[in-house]
Design a protein around this ligand. Structure first.
Ligand code: MN
Length: 334
């Protein structure tokens, strides 16, 4: 008998992975449909994908009659640009979350540590469903809906909602669209399925212009001075690394929305292959965002430095001086 064709073997492996994912989506839906109490978590410093996934599922579950709470370990309030997504007031402070949820859902967290202090619930929950799309995710929780090929975690949340038979109303659609438009940077990295999903969400009532303006295209005027200073400090190294640092006083002065947007300007440097923004969160502690134009795998670099993410977008947190953190980045990128 001849050896099986390698291309055919790869195709079969992809098919089997698709089937396994579909089974997990259906397992997640089954657990959620049967649940009377669900706690949904976004990662620390929640973005539109994390909070949008949690709120979309939360809104649908509440409308089915379940007791629902949505939370994240820090900061102590919902980012202003995301507050409008929580139409039912589902977000509760981390210290008000049930000590032992019947079902726990982790949204867009690449590892338990990204849940901060609320990672403790992984040990007390009756069942944990994990939804994520980070390639560096090691896998955690009983039901793992993990797909690194998904452009956003909301894509997976949508699949679970469909499997639950949930109605996609405007409130749910808005949450899903928020995660989709931001994680794909305005659909730049969206595939055909994600564009089809966007169309479905718009038909269900999501308003693209309103959401994109609030989530991506709006900053307080005072921020222009902060952005100008951050870009003025930017350094382009001969290796193709462009970086800047946001000092602690600016991190405290401006909203996370503004601070987190700097890397999207920095990454547009034509000469750069990798962009890094060092956000100083304590005198000797930096939260670093890395972006790649494609050739360099910044998820690998971030993982080596204690973080994780995607090939083109990743991050990590590191103790040390600015120069020490930069030295770490240079070493990890070699
Ligand atoms: Mn995401």
């Amino acid at each position: 008998m001849s050896e099986p064709d390698p291309a055919m073997q790869r195709a079969l492996a992809v098919l089997e992975a698709d089937r396994a994912l579909a089974r997990r989506v259906s397992d997640a839906a089954e657990v959620l449909v049967g649940a009377t109490q669900v706690t949904l978590l976004a990662h620390v410093d929640p973005d539109a994908d994390a909070l949008g996934s949690a709120l979309a599922l939360g809104i649908a579950l509440r409308r089915r009659g379940a007791e629902v709470e949505v939370s994240f370990a820090s900061p102590d309030r919902v980012p202003e640009s995301l507050a409008a997504l929580d139409v039912l007031g589902l977000v509760v402070a981390p210290d008000a979350v049930s000590a032992a949820p019947e079902v726990l859902v982790s949204c867009d967290a690449a590892e338990p540590a990204r849940l901060g202090s609320l990672a403790r619930l992984l040990d007390t929950a009756g069942c944990t469903v994990m939804l994520d799309h980070h390639g560096t995710n090691p896998g955690f929780g009983e039901i793992q809906v993990l797909d690194p090929a998904a452009e956003a975690t909301v894509v997976l949340a949508h699949r679970v909602l469909v499997e639950m038979g949930a109605r996609l109303d405007a409130d749910v659609a808005r949450c899903l669209y928020a995660g989709l438009v931001t994680d794909t940077r305005g659909f730049r990295t969206a595939g055909a399925d994600a564009h089809r999903l966007a169309a479905e969400l718009v038909e269900a009532g999501a308003q693209p212009a309103v959401l994109a303006r609030a989530l991506m295209d709006e900053h307080p005027f005072a921020w222009f001075a902060g952005l100008s200073a951050a870009l003025g400090r930017a350094v382009l190294e001969p290796t193709g690394l462009v970086h800047t640092t946001i000092p602690l006083e600016d991190v405290r002065r401006f909203r996370p929305e503004e601070i987190d947007s700097v890397v999207d300007v920095l990454r547009t440097a034509q000469e750069a292959e990798v962009a890094a923004v060092l956000k100083q969160v304590a005198p000797a502690r930096f939260v670093v965002s890395l972006r790649s134009t494609g050739r360099v795998d910044v998820a690998a670099a971030a993982t080596a430095l204690g973080g994780g993410g995607h090939r083109a977008a990743a991050g990590f947190t590191r103790e040390g001086t600015e120069q020490e953190v930069l030295a770490g980045i240079r070493a990890a990128l070699v």
